[in-house]
Design a protein around this ligand. Structure first.
Ligand SMILES: [Zn+2]
Length: 412
C-alpha cells in the first residue's frame, strides 16, 4: 500500500514536471529533429540521380534547412543549416545553371559569416564565397576581398593557408585577364586647333597654326590607324571653324578615352622656342597664362576671370589623369624629337586655364608642338618630316599612357 502510494506520488511529480517544462524539452528536440530530418532528406537527394533531376526536390531540401535556422537561430544547428543551404544552392546552380541560385548561395554563405562569425564554418563560408566570385562570376576584386578577409579576420582558422594560395593564384590570373578588358578598343579624339576664320597663331613667312596642326593631326590619325587598334575621331578634317566648347562635346559624345588638342605656339619674342603640354588647371607661370590667353582668344588682362571660373573645377578627378597624360606625352615628345633634332627645348608639362579642355569627361591635354614664330622651329614646322615626327612621338606617348594606366589598374 505504501509502495503503491509512493509510486503514485512519483508518477504525479513526473507528470507535472513534464507539463511544467514542455517547451524546453520540445524545443531542444525539435531543432535537432528538424535538422536531422533535413539531413536525411539531403542524403537521400545526394544518393539518387533521379531525385536530383527534379528542381523542386532541391528547393524542398533547402527550405528544410532554412526552417532550422529561421526557427532556432540561436541553436547550435543554425549555422550548419545556413551553410548547407548555401552549398545546396551552389550545387543546384551547377545542375540547373540558374544565376538566381548562385546569388542565393552567396547570400546564405554571407549570412553565416555575418550572423555566426565565431562559428567554425564562418571562414569556410567566406572561402566558398571567394571561390564563387573567382571561378564562377570572375569578379576578381570581390574574390580578393573575401580571401583577404580570411587572412585578416580568420588567420587562426584552417582556411588561412588555402586563402593565401588563392590570393597568389588570383594575382597572376587577374593580371593576365585585366589587359583583355582594357584592350576593348580605345577611342581617341584628336583636336586640331583653330580652323576656318580662326587662323590661330601667325608665324614666319605666312605660316599659319591652323594649317600646321591640321596636318599633324591627320598624320597622327594615320599612324594610330596603322600601328594601334584604336578608334580615332578628329574634331575637324579640314579647314573649318569649330567653337571651342563643341570640341570637347565631340569627345564626350563619342565617349572618348582621351582628348588631345594640337596646337602650335607663338610669342612676340622671336627666340622663344620649345615644346610644352598643358592640362587644365590654374596657371602657375606667366608663360602659361600668356599661352592660355592666346588660345582662349581673351585679352591677357581678362585671363584672371578664367582662373576664377576654374576654381570650382579643381576637384575634378580627371585632372590627375590629365596631368599624368600631359607628363607622359611631353616627355616622350622631348626624348623622341631630341634624337632627331638639335636644341629642342623642354618647356614641360603644366597646368593652364584652357577653354578647350574645359568640360571634357576624359583625360585631356593640349600640346603646343613648337613655335611658328621662331625662325628655326617655324622652318621645321613647314617640313612634312618634322610634323610626321611630332605625330609619331605623340602617338608613342598615348601608347605609354595607356600601358601605365593598365599597370595602375592591375596593382589597385
Ligand atoms: Zn592654338
Amino acid at each position: 500500500m505504501v509502495n503503491a502510494a509512493f509510486s503514485f506520488i512519483v508518477f504525479i511529480i513526473f507528470f507535472f514536471s513534464l507539463s511544467y517544462f514542455p517547451s524546453l524539452a520540445y524545443a531542444k528536440e525539435t531543432a535537432e529533429t528538424l535538422y536531422n530530418n533535413a539531413r536525411n532528406d539531403y542524403y537521400s537527394l545526394k544518393g539518387s540521380k533521379r531525385k536530383q533531376a527534379i528542381k523542386s526536390g532541391w528547393t524542398k531540401n533547402i527550405n528544410k534547412f532554412l526552417s532550422v535556422s529561421r526557427r532556432f537561430p540561436s541553436s547550435s544547428f543554425a549555422d550548419d543549416a545556413l551553410f548547407t543551404a548555401g552549398m545546396l544552392y551552389y550545387d543546384s546552380f551547377k545542375k540547373f545553371g540558374m544565376r538566381k541560385d548562385l546569388n542565393s548561395s552567396i547570400q546564405h554563405y554571407s549570412m553565416v559569416v555575418k550572423k555566426y562569425s565565431s562559428s567554425s564554418l564562418a571562414d569556410d563560408a567566406l572561402f566558398r564565397t571567394g571561390d564563387i566570385y573567382f571561378y564562377d562570376l570572375r569578379k576578381y576584386y570581390k574574390a580578393k576581398k573575401a580571401y583577404t578577409k580570411i587572412t585578416t579576420k580568420f588567420s587562426k582558422g584552417d582556411m588561412y593557408k588555402l586563402a593565401v594560395e588563392r590570393l597568389n593564384e588570383l594575382s597572376s590570373f587577374d593580371n593576365s585577364r585585366v589587359p583583355n578588358r582594357i584592350i576593348a578598343k580605345k577611342i581617341i579624339v584628336i583636336d586640331p586647333g583653330h580652323g576656318g576664320k580662326d587662323r590661330g597663331a601667325k608665324g614666319i613667312k605666312g605660316l599659319l597654326e591652323k594649317d600646321v596642326v591640321l596636318d599633324i593631326a591627320l598624320k597622327l590619325k594615320k599612324l594610330i590607324k596603322k600601328k594601334l587598334d584604336y578608334k580615332v575621331i578628329l574634331t575637324r578634317n579640314n579647314d573649318v571653324f569649330i567653337p571651342l566648347q563643341e570640341r570637347t562635346e565631340i569627345a564626350n559624345g563619342n565617349k572618348a578615352d582621351i582628348f588631345i588638342s594640337i596646337h602650335a605656339n607663338a610669342s612676340k619674342r622671336k627666340d622663344a622656342s620649345g615644346i610644352e603640354t598643358y592640362y587644365l588647371d590654374f596657371a602657375k607661370s606667366d608663360r602659361a597664362l600668356e599661352t592660355a590667353a592666346r588660345e582662349n582668344k581673351v585679352p591677357r588682362s581678362n585671363i584672371d576671370d578664367v582662373q576664377y571660373i576654374l576654381a570650382d573645377m579643381v576637384a575634378n578627378t580627371k585632372m590627375n589623369d590629365s596631368s599624368q597624360l600631359a607628363g607622359i606625352v611631353q616627355n616622350n615628345l622631348i626624348q623622341g624629337m631630341r634624337k632627331k633634332f638639335k636644341r629642342v627645348k623642354d618647356l614641360g608639362a603644366k597646368g593652364g586655364p584652357f577653354y578647350v579642355l574645359h568640360g571634357a569627361n576624359m583625360p585631356s591635354v593640349l600640346v603646343e608642338t613648337s613655335f611658328v614664330s621662331n625662325p628655326i622651329e617655324g622652318k621645321r614646322l613647314r617640313s612634312s618630316k618634322y610634323r610626321e615626327r611630332l605625330a609619331y612621338f605623340i602617338l608613342e606617348g598615348i601608347e605609354k599612357y595607356f600601358r601605365e594606366m593598365q599597370v595602375a589598374l592591375k596593382t589597385k
